[in-house]
Each structure stands twice: as C-alpha cells, then as structure tokens.
Design a protein around this ligand. Structure first.
Ligand SMILES: Cc1cc2nc3c(=O)[nH]c(=O)nc-3n(C[C@H](O)[C@H](O)[C@H](O)COP(=O)(O)OP(=O)(O)OC[C@H]3O[C@@H](n4cnc5c(N)ncnc54)[C@H](O)[C@@H]3O)c2cc1C
Length: 332
C-alpha cells in the first residue's frame, strides 16, 4: 500500500484529494493535512462584505474533508524532508510516496496600524467582515481600492469590489456623495487578461464613474496625510481597501523548495516539480509562466483545473502507469 500526502484543503487540495481517492481506491492511502478549522471560499468575500451572502454560505468545517476515504490530519506543516520523504507538523510526522503541495498564498498584510478601521485587508475574511461592519456607518467621501501588486489573489477582485460598492451606494441614493477610485500597478484595467477584456473593463469603469489610476507603485500610501500618490499627484482617501502582495507559506523556503521569487516552480504541463518527480504542486502556491511570458493569475478556477491534472498524474504513478495528463493553461 502506498501513501499520497496533500498539504492544504482549499480550492486545489480538496478536489485533488477526492479525485486521487476515487482513482486509487482502497489500495492506497490519501492523507490531507489542513491547518485551519474553518475553510473559506474567498470568491464569496466581496458579496459577503456588501451583505449579499451570509457566512454559512461560503465557509465550511475542516472536518468535512474527512470523507470519501480521505484521511484528514488537522495541523500545520512546518517542514518537508525530501530525502526521507516525510512531512512534519508540530505534533506528527508522516511518510509519503507522492506529495501534493496545495498550501495557497497569503497576503503579506497591512502595516498601517494607525488606521485601524479605515484600512482593510481585502484578501482576508477579516477584511471583508470589517467592511461589512464599516460600510453602513461610513460618512466619508473618498474610497480608495489599492492593489499594491499584480501578485494578489484574484486580480479581478478589486474591480469586483469597486462595482459592488458602486451598486451599494446607488441603491441607498448616496452615490453622488462618494467617489470610488482604483489604484493598480497595471498599465490598463485587467491588462493581464488581454486587450478585449481590458477594454471591456475600462468601459465598465467609465460607465459607472469609477476612477482608475494605472501604474501604482508599492509604498505610495501616506497614513499621516491620508493620501495616495499616483503619477505626480496625491489623492485623499477616507477608507482604504488594500490588496497586499502575497507570499507562499514559510515552510516552502524552509524545506529548500522555493524558486527565485519564493514560489514553487512546476512543470506547467504535468504540475510536477522539475527537480523532484515525487512532488507535485497546484494552485496559488505555484508560479507558472505562459508561453507569452505572463504569470498565470492566482485564481480558484486555475487551482481547480491544476488539481485534476496533478491528481491524474499522481494516480498514474502510484499505479505504475505512465502519467499523461496535461494542464491546458486555461482557467475554466
Ligand atoms: C477577495 C477574493 C475574491 C476571489 N474571487 C475569485 C473568483 O471570483 N474566482 C476565482 O477563480 N478565484 C477567486 N479568488 C482566488 C481564489 O480564492 C484562490 O485563487 C484559490 O483559493 C487558490 O486555491 P489554493 O488551493 O491554491 O489555495 P487556498 O484555497 O487558499 O487553500 C490553501 C489551503 O492550504 C492551507 N494551508 C496553508 N499552509 C498550510 C500548512 N503549512 N499546513 C497545512 N495547511 C496549510 C490553508 O489553510 C488553506 O486551506 C478570490 C480571492 C480573493 C481573496
């Protein structure tokens, strides 16, 4: 009997675990290690923040991963020993024949302590919860949505927030009192998705009177004056919705697996690590360049598709077959 270990039970890890167990049956163990007690579908956060979803609709207990024959271990992985093929948490150590790393990415956080309720970390549940609380009491005029990097989770979500907020204020007949401005490092709205998408996004922002400042550079926020620099000007804000650059979990670097920028470099077809064919990775933790040189966006849809490629190839290897599944590069 062989053992597959999966780190992370999110958009990539959970479907991969189910798919692997289905393909491998009772002959092999599939172990999933997850650190958080509650799992959050972050795609729902913008809707939750504006009151269109309730917590129960997009969070679920980690214990639900313990189904379909998948064995759940509740704990945080702190190290991978590639030589001994072992994964270590604070309390346990488990051996693997094949390993799937699907531990995602987390925002580096906001370091603007003086602002408290006026600066919200929009990639987290806590940030969305704060916005849901702050919005009905908001009496300022300037809302700034700042993406500090293109290396954020779901590069479209700052735009989604802008449109949902616009709608929120329209419905309350307060739209004329509030201006909503997007600041991003992109040269044009959503330019990473190509000209057609970018033009459509720009048209939508114009129609809904949402301002857009391209070329934002990290560090452009001044807490003292509550202003943001864009080009040669500074613009005021009363409420800041912030997207920090993301980083992979520390155990990646500590296990000697990180590529140059800290992420896992995988073969973009098989999802295996080029230097170790017993380790696969999927989702936000990977860094994959398309043939045109663009980085693949950090999206649940991408994570989901990659997880099935990884699972198919891992199952083939476990059964002594030739792996032949290839990730198409599409996000669904
Ligand atoms: C506001 C917002 C809106 C979004 N909207 C969309 C959208 O509309 N469409 C879309 O496709 N994507 C969207 N996304 C992006 C999507 O949420 C992510 O791309 C997706 O969740 C990535 O999947 P993943 O499995 O790689 O990581 P995750 O889903 O984050 O899962 C990683 C899991 O690993 C666990 N983990 C981490 N470290 C360890 C460790 N050391 N030990 C054990 N467990 C660990 C974590 O607890 C987590 O459960 C959005 C993101 C945000 C923030």
């Amino acid at each position: 009997m062989g053992t597959v270990v999966i780190i992370g039970g999110g958009s990539a890890g959970a479907p991969a675990a189910r798919s692997l167990k289905k393909r491998l049956g009772a002959g092999h163990r599939v172990i999933l290690v997850e650190k958080d007690e509650r799992l959050v579908n972050r795609a729902a956060l913008p809707f939750y923040a504006v009151g269109k979803r309730n917590e129960g609709q997009f969070t679920r207990s980690r214990s639900l991963l313990n189904r379909h024959g998948v064995e759940l271990i509740a704990g945080e992985v702190v190290k991978i020993d590639r030589v001994k093929k072992k994964v270590r948490t604070a309390g346990e150590e488990m051996g693997y024949d094949l390993l799937l790393i699907a531990a995602g990415a987390e925002p580096e956080g906001i370091d603007l302590p003086e602002m408290e309720e006026q600066a919200l970390d929009m990639q987290t549940f806590a940030g969305a919860r704060k916005l849901r609380h702050v919005l009905p009491r908001f009496r300022g005029t300037e809302i700034a949505i700042v993406a500090a990097s293109t290396r954020i989770k779901c590069p479209g979500s700052p735009y989604e927030y802008a449109l949902l907020l616009e709608d929120w204020f329209c419905r309350r007949e307060r739209r004329r009192d509030v201006s909503i401005t997007l600041y991003t490092p992109e040269p044009a709205p959503l330019s990473m998705f190509g000209k057609k998408t970018s033009d459509a996004a720009a048209g939508l922002l114009l129609k809904r009177n949402i301002r857009f400042h391209p070329g934002y550079r990290e560090g452009g926020i001044d807490v003292g004056s509550r202003t943001i620099s864009a080009g040669n000007n500074r613009f005021p804000f009363d409420l800041l919705l912030y997207y920090a650059p993301t980083a992979p979990p520390p155990f990646i670097r500590e296990s000697g697996l990180a590529g140059e920028a800290g992420w896992l470099q995988v073969d973009r077809h098989t999802m295996a690590l080029p230097e170790d064919d017993s380790i696969f990775a999927a989702g936000d933790i990977t860094e994959i360049r398309t043939p045109s040189g663009e980085l693949l966006p950090k999206l649940g849809a991408v994570a989901h598709l990659q997880s099935f490629t990884a699972a198919a190839n891992m199952a083939a290897l476990m059964k002594g077959e030739q792996p032949d599944s290839a990730y198409s590069g599409f996000a669904g």
